[in-house]
Write a protein that binds this ligand. Structure first.
Ligand code: COA
Length: 162
């Protein structure tokens, strides 16, 4: 399944998909969509730490959301997100993800909220701003109070940090 999912994501992201992106999708819970016996969609949630309001929040971070081009607009992504949101609500302080422009309305329509404040990453050299992340991060609030205009910093990793 994982090999098929990796191939699917390379195609779904039309080449804009790196080995780091795939690595970021591993180690958590996968949601997959099938049409018959063909894998047509993948999404995953992995654990990360997000710093906000003086706390290191346990985040269910959604990665690797992709649906085969000829199978889009049929609700596959929504169904996978519904499954992952159950995982997030059951096990994490909040959900978070970095949205592509094409997918932002999908997440917003499901109750994910755009982070309005400045984003940063906890790099080996200390906290550094991540302007590229500003406006592209969506969160699914849980029990922990969030100030969407406040600062949000993610833990460090190779490749795209958000
Ligand atoms: C973004 C992506 C995952 C969406 O997958 P999808 O399976 O088409 O998503 P859904 O079908 O659940 O929803 C997509 C849209 O189709 C609509 N839709 C769902 N079922 C539908 C149906 N039967 N008829 C018409 N429209 C429908 C949804 O309302 C949604 O509309 P919105 O974008 O205005 O919110 C897919 O386009 C993709 O793989 N894109 C490239 C990779 C990418 O950008 N991934 C996101 C990374 S953050």
């Amino acid at each position: 399944m994982l090999t098929a999912a990796r191939v699917l994501l390379e195609e779904a992201f039309d080449g804009d998909w790196s080995p780091d992106d795939w690595e970021h999708s591993l180690g958590g819970v996968h949601a997959i969509a099938y049409e018959g016996d063909e894998l047509v969609g993948h999404a995953a949630v992995v654990q990360r730490r997000l710093l906000h309001g003086g706390r290191a929040l346990r985040a269910g971070y959604v990665e690797g959301v992709g649906v085969r081009a000829d199978q889009r607009r049929r609700g596959h992504a929504a169904a996978m997100m519904e499954a992952l949101e159950r995982v997030v609500r059951g096990a994490y302080d909040l959900g978070a993800l970095g949205a592509t422009d094409a997918a932002a309305s999908l997440y917003a329509g499901r109750g994910w909220q755009r982070w309005r404040g400045p984003t940063s990453a906890l790099t080996p050299a200390g906290i550094r701003r991540t302007e590229d992340g500003d406006g592209a991060i969506y969160v699914l609030p849980g029990a922990v109070a969030l100030d969407l205009d406040g600062e949000l910093a993610c833990d460090w990793r190779d490749g795209d940090v958000w």
